[in-house]
Write a protein that binds this ligand. Sequence first.
Ligand SMILES: Nc1nc2c(ncn2[C@@H]2O[C@H](COP(=O)(O)OP(=O)(O)OP(=O)(O)O)[C@@H](O)[C@H]2O)c(=O)[nH]1
Ligand SMILES: [Mg+2]
Length: 170
Amino acid sequence: MKKYIKKILLIGNHGVGKTSLATRYVENKFSDAYLSTIGVNIMKKNLILNDQGNVAAVALMLWDVEGANKNQNVPLHYAKGCNAFIVVIDATRPQTAENLQQHLEYIHNFDVAIPFIIAINKSDLGSTVTLDEAAFQQKYSNCVGIVYTSAKEDKNVEELFTRITKRTIW
Ligand SMILES: Nc1nc2c(ncn2[C@@H]2O[C@H](COP(=O)(O)OP(=O)(O)OP(=O)(O)O)[C@@H](O)[C@H]2O)c(=O)[nH]1
Ligand SMILES: [Mg+2]
């Protein structure tokens, strides 16, 4: 079996659920309390991926980065050696989707071709944010997809992380 080490950055505005998604995926836990991340929090998970008869062992490093609201920047050196990005939006706060362009610019400044996926999180609360996946993928060929997630109810969390990780391998 082939072995890989992959680094994925989670970025987005403050309070959209980056830490909650990573914690749900790595530890299968969720908390309603909000403890804002300072700097970056690195989580690790070992996983086995299967795709059309191919099998891979992945040591995944998730860099859960402090939120960056409008005109705030994530330090570019955090992305060093990064293989993919997850951009998180809050389904209940359209403002967090308006900042999407800023987060995409960050990704493009790092590498125009690197894969990224968008998570519209807190979908358990209903969604006032809608994004056209097809239009998006037409505009950005490196957009792997748009997934409605809930860290709270564990909806599409596994799907989110495995879909983007697979794209870094196959
Ligand atoms: N209802 C609901 N609440 C959520 C969900 N995900 C996160 N939250 C809540 O939203 C708040 C912020 O979550 P965090 O995971 O800390 O957000 P973050 O993006 O890491 O925030 P920063 O570290 O400040 O950038 C917390 O109170 C969480 O409990 C979700 O899927 N559904
Ligand atoms: Mg956080």
